[in-house]
Design a protein around this ligand. Structure first.
Ligand code: CAA
Length: 282
């Protein structure tokens, strides 16, 4: 089984490290400082406790899973000997491009470099490396230990062989991989974000209140969460950034972010992470 490195120990990074380690992979979890890594390990421990309490895992599995994760504060050290890197750093283009330049320099020459980006072009990321055939999107969904999908995104130059390998690795994690091509928002967010935006426009135009909109979608369409609650979970800043990628990249006014969303983000009402969004979370 290949060794794996995960860059970034936030919500997505710690979930990705969790599922790889749970399925037997040795994981190097990399972030810029040790307190962030310690916090991630504590979160993984708590999420594993949940799985043990529900009977999905044994206490020994929990110990073994945590034992497979090592933490590093340097990319150069963490990627030694790995076959796959999954980058899950903050969603900023320049940061991701710099990370991929570093990965290209330090990771073994045959290692696959994957990004968990939700909307940045894989082709653009691949272009800063000398191995564009080995750069691919592995888009996990939150909460990673629970959600079955991995959206596998082929960049312009991603090879068939690397795509097949990543599809296979995703299956080894108990996930269902789905192959898509690299266009703005890929598939998941191209469809999800216009729905969330429309829910916000519906609120903005006074058609219904927050709870009414979410109740219609939850009980009427069997969605586990209403779109406004889901937006709070994803982060309103993230929703806005993805809508801008769709709007700029596809050039269609139907993707224009609702002015209410823009205002809420400017006001710092970002959802769960700021304590206030469409709902109060404090
Ligand atoms: N780690 C491990 N297990 C977890 C967990 C975590 N972080 N979070 C929840 N669980 C488990 C629970 O233990 C529970 O397990 P059982 O089914 O075995 O009992 C199960 O997940 C359900 O959890 P809960 O009972 O606590 O709560 P719930 O029934 O309300 O489900 C939810 C929670 C799975 C998050 C559900 O509300 C849901 O599916 N929400 C929508 C999630 C979604 O749409 N995600 C995609 C977001 S978009 C994205 O990620 C990509 C992007 O680019 C923006």
């Amino acid at each position: 089984m290949m060794n794996v490195a995960v860059i970034g120990s936030g919500t997505m990074g710690n979930g990705i490290a969790h599922v790889f380690a749970q399925h037997g992979f040795a994981v190097a979890l990399i972030d810029i400082n040790q307190p962030a890594l310690d916090k991630a390990l504590a979160t993984i421990g708590k999420n594993l406790d949940r799985q043990v309490a529900k009977g999905g895992l044994t206490a020994d599995d929990r110990t073994a899973t945590l034992g497979r994760i090592k933490t590093f504060t340097s990319i150069a050290d963490g990627v030694q000997g790995v076959g796959l890197v999954v980058e899950a750093a903050t969603e900023h283009v320049d940061l991701k491009l710099q990370i991929f330049r570093d990965l290209d320099q330090h990771a073994p020459q045959d290692a696959i470099l994957a990004s968990n980006t939700s909307s940045i072009s894989i082709t653009r990321i691949a272009a800063v490396t000398k191995r564009a055939d080995k750069v691919i999107g592995m888009h996990f969904m939150n909460p990673v230990p629970v959600m079955k999908l991995v959206e596998v995104i082929r960049g312009y130059a991603t090879s068939d062989e690397v795509t097949a390998q990543v599809m296979d690795i995703s299956r080894q994690l108990g996930k269902t991989p789905t192959e898509v091509n690299d266009y703005p928002g890929f598939v998941a967010n191209r469809i999800l974000m216009p729905m969330i935006n429309e829910a916000i426009i519906t609120l903005f135009e006074g058609v219904a209140g927050v709870e009414e909109i979410d109740t219609v979608m939850k009980l009427g369409m069997a969605h586990p969460m209403g779109p406004l609650q889901l937006a709070d979970f994803i982060g309103l800043d993230v929703c806005l950034a993805i809508l801008r990628v769709l709007h700029d990249g596809l050039g269609n006014p139907k993707y224009a972010p609702c002015p209410l969303l823009v205002n809420m983000v400017m006001a710092g009402r970002l959802g769960v992470k700021s304590g206030e969004g469409f709902y109060s979370w404090s």
